[in-house]
Ligand binder design. Structure first.
Ligand code: NAP
Length: 253
């Protein structure tokens, strides 16, 4: 899938579990060496993911940082480049979901969700851009959500953060395209992860989600990895500023 004889390295944030872990392993299977990031509290599971990538025969490194902390992000990106020598593809996957109504939402909850999902995507992209511009090559894949297009009750702040990721990506693509860098979004649907289970807490809700999905099943983290690998690869060289729904056909476009 790399479709190149050149070595390619990807950095994946929030990669200790769920969609991030599946993307990191999918990229490794496609021939990428991979730097995996997560919060310092996730160092043990992140090390397991690193070992899984190494077992696939690819080089792998861990870099711990909170993506919403600008200073930590700068150090993390510098450490990733120093360890791997280059970063060709960035997958901004780290994200959080806090469920609350608009009227009940605390300012701190709004800030937390916006800081990780929207600001984190901006900070990691910004920190990596000088490196990508210097090499005149880059693939940035931002994990948004179908929730950023339509959304669901109790997730207004999450929906706003993911809509922000999509808007950010469309403009980023225009700013960096001349230097051979692409930027695209993936919008997962209901994916069975720790976060995804928040949308599946009772069997009726689960059945409703399956019923409105054209493929009549919930998504697995591996379902997201394939499209991410494509957008991170040389095969997607002429695709930029796009948003791809990976939702089994909940949102049709
Ligand atoms: P998940 O299972 O909760 O995993 C998210 C990972 O990101 C966790 O390891 C988490 O660490 C890490 N993380 C959280 N805050 C971070 C930070 N500030 N810095 C670095 N890492 C951080 O979630 P997921 O379902 O795999 O979701 C991955 C992405 O897909 C998110 O952006 C999410 O919004 C998006 N998405 C998911 C679904 C779905 O149905 N699952 C649907 C649409 C979009 P901790 O556990 O320690 O917080």
């Amino acid at each position: 899938m790399c479709q190149t004889r050149e070595r390619r390295v990807a950095l994946v944030t929030g990669a200790s579990r769920g969609i991030g872990r599946a993307c990191a392993l999918g990229l490794a299977r496609a021939g990428f060496d991979v730097v995996v990031n997560d919060l310092p509290r996730e160092s043990a599971p992140l090390e397991s993911v690193r070992a899984e990538i190494a077992a696939l025969g690819r080089a792998a490194w861990t870099v711990l940082a909170d993506v919403s902390d600008a200073a930590a992000v700068r150090s993390m990106v510098a450490a990733a480049i120093a360890a791997a020598g280059q970063i060709d593809a960035l997958v901004n996957n780290a994200g959080i979901l806090i469920v609350n109504s608009v009227e009940g939402l605390e300012e701190a909850q709004w800030d937390a969700v916006m800081n990780v999902n929207a600001k984190g995507t901006f900070l990691v992209s910004q920190a990596l851009l000088p490196h990508m511009r210097a090499r005149r090559y880059g693939r940035i894949v931002n994990i948004a959500s179908i929730g950023g297009k339509h959304g669901a009750p109790l997730q207004a702040h999450y929906s706003a953060s993911k809509a922000a990721v999509m808007g950010f990506t469309r403009v980023l693509a225009q700013e960096v395209g001349a230097d051979g860098i692409t930027a695209n979004c993936i919008c997962p649907g209901i994916i069975v992860t720790d976060m995804g289970r928040t949308n599946l807490d009772d069997p009726t809700t689960r059945d409703q989600w399956v019923r409105i999905t054209a493929l009549r099943r919930l998504g697995q983290p591996e379902d997201v990895a394939g499209p991410v690998v494509f957008l991170a690869s040389d095969a997607a060289a002429f695709v930029t500023g796009q948003t791809l729904n990976v939702c089994g056909g909940i949102v049709l476009s």
